[in-house]
Ligand binder design. Structure first.
Ligand SMILES: NC(=O)c1ccc[n+]([C@@H]2O[C@H](COP(=O)([O-])OP(=O)(O)OC[C@H]3O[C@@H](n4cnc5c(N)ncnc54)[C@H](O)[C@@H]3O)[C@@H](O)[C@H]2O)c1
Length: 254
């Protein structure tokens, strides 16, 4: 059974590069039209749009700071105007802004990590829910992490906590929206190597250790995550809600 997303109207946050770009392309390849949200890299977002258009689907890039309510509200309003409604929202934008021990962490660092990883998921869902309620295939997919289960690598305590927050958020929101047919799930990627994320924040030695600790014996790819999101975004996944799907090659639980 091939997953068919033909004419699904999708917003993916943080879709200029990395995992978000892979998700946007995967959904478009299955037939969806996509709003490619980005924070700062206009060129990368434009490339994702061009690649989606090359697949024969509609796409547009929209800039927004996901920590700013007015920006997120405008992002969702522009998405609805461009797509003619909203069926699927993928809250992918997130960040780790350095590996800092808790004893040395500033309030600003803590607030920024929590606000981008958890606050933005809340803000995006809040703005999107009224539109999803008008869809006949409404889906929310958020981005957790293996770190939510295992505490993450050195200096990523608050990142781990924020991603655990996403896990609780989808569980609670699934209960709230279940009666109205909106499913709310997350994916929890392990070590996804073909992104800038680990190149910036993990040493080569740490990356080798992550692969060594992965039962399937290889790092994950953007396409591994995109395939999981595609399934959770599909009509076929209508009886799956409130779950966090681990995409980590069996790393957790061990
Ligand atoms: N790469 C991994 O191994 C891995 C593992 C687990 C979870 N994740 C999660 O997957 C998601 C994507 O990560 P990635 O590896 O592709 O990294 P990435 O840095 O390429 O993508 C993060 C995206 O979030 C956007 N973003 C961050 N702050 C923003 C803000 N204030 N306003 C607007 N946009 C903002 C960035 O512009 C970027 O497009 C993140 O939520 C990350 O925490 C990644």
């Amino acid at each position: 059974m091939a997953i068919d997303m033909t004419d699904a109207r999708v917003l993916v946050t943080g879709a200029g590069h990395g995992i978000g770009r892979g998700i946007a392309l995967g959904l478009a390849a299955a037939g969806a039209d996509v709003v490619v949200h980005y924070g700062s890299s206009a060129d990368a977002a434009a490339q994702t749009v061009a690649d989606i258009e090359a697949l024969g689907r509609k796409a547009v890039a929209v800039r927004a700071d996901v920590t700013v309510t007015e920006d997120v509200d405008r992002l969702v309003a522009e998405s609805v105007a461009f797509l003619g409604g909203l069926d699927v929202v993928v809250c992918n934008a997130g960040h780790l802004i350095g590996r800092v021990p808790v004893a040395e962490m500033s309030d600003e660092h803590f607030a920024s990590v929590v606000d981008v990883n958890l606050g933005a998921t809340f803000r995006t869902c809040r703005a999107a829910i009224p539109h999803l309620l008008e869809s006949d295939r409404p889906r929310i997919v958020a981005m957790s992490s293996l770190a939510a289960h295992n505490g993450g690598g050195p200096g990523s305590v608050v990142y781990a906590a924020s991603k655990a927050g996403v896990r609780g958020f989808v569980k609670g929101l699934a209960k709230e929206l279940g009666p109205q047919g909106v499913t709310v799930n997350a994916v929890a990627p392990g070590y996804i190597a073909d992104t800038a994320f680990h190149g910036t924040f993990s040493t080569a030695e740490a990356q080798q250790k992550m692969v060594a600790g992965t039962p399937v014996g290889r790092p994950g790819t953007v396409d591994d995550v995109a395939a999981a999101v595609l399934y959770l975004a599909s009509r076929e996944a209508s009886y799956i809600t409130g779950t966090t799907l681990d995409v980590d090659g069996g790393t957790w639980p061990r």
